[in-house]
Design a protein around this ligand. Structure first.
Ligand SMILES: [Zn+2]
Length: 232
């Protein structure tokens, strides 16, 4: 009887492993990485912009690699920065071409029209990046405002992208530097994906909070990793 029990138990575990692996492969939406290891991921949106160079300098100082979700329409004006991001070993992701608000679009357009708009935004962005960085594989996409619906999966899957949202971010809020830092700090968790902005508008506060956040994270024994090590 005992033998049968262990036999069934081992079959159960085997199936759960196979099922878990299959599930992971299918998964295309991430807001955190499932791990207990003390690692986190930094991501930057809306660039390349006025503050990208400063962000790169800070990341260099602490030897951190991050992911930059760039806007396709800005790429041709910021070629050198795109090259720099890439040469320094950071990951480039797509933040669509023109930062359209899909919450608004879905009220005005049909589902099919929204799908077409997103597809066009992705294709145009890829084209812009390809014109500067030959053969760089763009694997990750983040829609403006973190928009996500089941239909987005379908479009994104077609191009082999994974959707990366975030565990925490608040640098766009009108709050004090201290409050902002506190909020980032209190959201620290293993596998967390953190959102900051290197473009869009005045990001002076972001720059200050970013460096202090990094120092706090390091002091707590955390390390920074790249998404590519966890999401294939
Ligand atoms: Zn954005």
């Amino acid at each position: 009887m005992k033998k049968v029990f262990y036999y069934l138990l081992s079959i159960f575990f085997l199936f759960s492993i196979i099922f878990a692996e299959e599930f992971d492969e299918e998964k295309i939406f991430f807001w955190k990485i499932n791990t207990k290891e003390k690692i986190i991921f930094l991501t930057f949106d809306d660039g390349p912009g006025e503050y990208t160079k400063e962000v790169l300098k800070i990341l260099d100082k602490y030897n951190i690699k991050a992911t930059f979700f760039v806007l396709g329409e800005l790429v041709k004006y910021k070629k050198q920065i795109i090259l720099e991001i890439f040469r320094k070993g950071h990951t480039i992701g797509s933040h669509t071409f023109s930062h359209k608000n899909f919450y608004d679009l879905s009220k005005k357009f049909t589902l099919q029209e929204c799908k077409n708009i997103l597809e066009e935004e992705l294709i145009k962005t890829k084209k812009e990046i390809d014109s500067i960085l030959d053969k760089v594989e763009i694997k990750y996409v983040r829609l403006p405002n973190g928009f996500y619906r089941k239909w987005v999966d379908e479009v994104v899957k077609k191009y082999g992208y994974k959707i990366i949202n975030w565990s925490y971010g608040c640098d766009w809020l009108n709050i004090s530097e201290g409050e902002m830092l506190n909020r980032y700090i209190s959201s620290l968790q293993p596998g967390g994906i953190y959102l900051f902005h290197d473009g869009g508008k005045d990001r002076k506060k972001t720059i200050k909070v970013l460096e202090k956040f990094i120092e706090y994270v390091i002091s707590k024994g955390y390390k920074f990793d790249i998404l590519n090590n966890w999401i294939k």
